[in-house]
Design a protein around this ligand. Structure first.
Ligand SMILES: NC(=O)c1ccc[n+]([C@@H]2O[C@H](COP(=O)([O-])OP(=O)(O)OC[C@H]3O[C@@H](n4cnc5c(N)ncnc54)[C@H](OP(=O)(O)O)[C@@H]3O)[C@@H](O)[C@H]2O)c1
Length: 236
């Protein structure tokens, strides 16, 4: 069993975030999830938070701290897509994806940082995407937000690395969730053809990487981008 920590997963009411929360509970951690609607898995504490609103994130942290103690492991998972080609993309479609995925992560990690420094321990796990470094047509907004998380984790590692705090990125490939189910069938089949593993990923496979990064064995892993993508993005 790893050391038991207080873990907060954003967007833990469904998809990858829900699976990460389930895995963290199975690992013996105290787990809270943020949600706008719905609940995290049984055994977790669900708190309301909107990633575009710093005050709601602050209130969510305060509630988690009151019930479970200082947050030690942050999994910044909440994210959206608004796919469309550059020539059709509005500025709102660009900035709203950045605001949720990248600035939302900034709001969450900034709120967490003081507590991590005080406890001289922290694991910051950012859920990026294979398209952050690989690129994807129709995903200028999304891939920019996800590539930004790599610079974020590496700068954080340089700022706080000497204080027992690590910051890493998980870059999932195509994982079966609501987000990917929304893609046109033809696009899904096109992706499938380029994945060396010959299949899409499962949410539990992303949760496994998060479990490792939160656990005792990952104390010396920081600033890393861990692909969980069946080989889709290798070399990027
Ligand atoms: N699925 C994939 O293939 C894949 C691949 C690479 C990376 N990812 C990344 O993995 C993460 C999770 O993806 P998923 O497939 O599990 O997505 P999902 O099923 O669409 O779930 C997204 C989660 O983010 C939350 N969220 C979105 N916008 C939010 C906001 N403004 N404030 C608060 N919460 C917000 C959603 O809350 P609501 O339920 O309230 O909407 C939901 O809990 C995302 O960052 C995504 O970019 C996914």
């Amino acid at each position: 069993m790893p050391t038991s920590r207080t873990v907060l997963v954003t967007g833990g009411n469904r998809g990858i975030g829900y699976a990460i929360a389930e895995r963290m509970l199975a690992d013996g951690h105290r787990v809270a999830v943020t949600s706008r609607s719905g609940e995290g898995p049984e055994g977790s504490l669900t708190v309301r938070a909107e990633m575009t609103d710093a005050a709601s994130i602050d209130a969510a942290f305060t509630e988690v701290e009151a019930h479970l103690g200082p947050v030690e492991v942050i999994v910044a998972n909440a994210g959206i897509t608004k796919d469309t080609l550059l020539l059709r993309m509005t500025e709102e479609e660009f900035t709203s994806v950045i605001d949720t995925n990248l600035t939302g992560t900034f709001r969450v990690v900034k709120r967490a940082a003081k507590g991590l420094l005080k406890g001289r321990f922290g694991r910051v796990i950012l859920i990026s995407s294979v398209v952050g470094l690989y690129g994807g047509p129709g995903q200028i907004n999304y891939s920019s937000s996800k590539a930004g998380l790599v610079g974020f984790a590496r700068s954080l590692t340089r700022e706080l690395g000497s204080r027992g705090i690590t910051a890493n990125v998980i870059a999932p490939g195509f994982v079966e969730t609501d987000m990917t189910a929304a893609l046109p069938e033809a696009q899904q089949q096109q992706y499938l053809g380029s994945i060396p593993a010959g299949r899409f990923g499962q949410v539990a496979e992303i949760a496994g990487a998060a479990s490792f990064l939160a656990g005792d064995d990952a104390a010396y892993v920081s600033g890393a981008v861990i692909p969980v993508d069946g080989g889709l993005g290798m070399g990027h």
